[in-house]
Design a protein around this ligand. Sequence first.
Ligand code: ZN
Length: 330
Amino acid sequence: MSIGLHYSSGYNSALAEVLPDTHLFDIAKYGHALALVESRLGAERVAPHLRPVTEEVSHTELCLIHSERYLQALETPSVVARALEYPPVEQLSAELVDAEILRPMRLAVNGTIAAAREALMHNRLAFNLAGGYHHASRDRGEGFCLYGDAYLSIVRLRQEGLLGTQDPVLYIDLDAHQGNGMARLCAEHQDEQVVLLDLFNTDIYPQDRVAQQRVDRAVPLISGMTDRTYLGLLRAHLTRAMASVKPRFALYNAGTDILAGDPLGGLNISEEGVRERDRFVLQTLRAAGVPVAVVLGGGYTPQSHRLIANMLCDALMERGESDGAGGACG
Ligand SMILES: [Zn+2]
């Protein structure tokens, strides 16, 4: 048994070189996370798990969940600037926006589809080292999210016959923000097979009450919440969801913006708390034999890449130990 790490250096936008002194979003964090895993475990140990993502998701695939009109609107830099909440993008040419913003995201969307495919084909755990654009809906990009990668991966797996139309899917969203785009996409497609579990800070963006009506288990959190309360809620709700759903496949948005000090998340979870969260989710799903694809979601502290590396190291180490190989995992 193996674990897949879907990744492309193309995920890391060069936008920071074009627009120095940028954005909250560390757009090279995916590469930083992978480099840290390699430095802890040794590159030779990570290499067998790497699955290079070489192609972008196609326009035809994006049209499965987005309107043609919306996809065309993304050719206008001011539309992208609004969705990314970053006005300097308006000043860039459409070509540069495509090359440094849209293309990295289209690659990452294909990475989510590829990770989901690997997880289901081989009944294993697969990570996309990006993705988790959970605010994007059919006609709208917002909150740094342009394409609904998680929902699109479910649609594609059904098309490919890997997932039956009646197979229950569990979507677990532990990013600090409400996954409103994912919920809206499920509602728009009248998709009742996808069960949504979302723990999110109700004090912050997006406070989307329409989207919340579609969420099967919406677990409201309040600003400043600490490890003990948070992990208690997670354990209770994931355990109950697993008892009622029996998922054929699970998607996990492991956003790291729940970390204490995150400028957007508003929660007060320690680094060890985030690590425990990820261990609990992945062990619970894998112990039940559920194939799992993980996407990374948000995370706006300089430590975000380290939290991602912790999760990847723990997953690889657990597998390594059962394969009889040991090693240090920071
Ligand atoms: Zn978030």
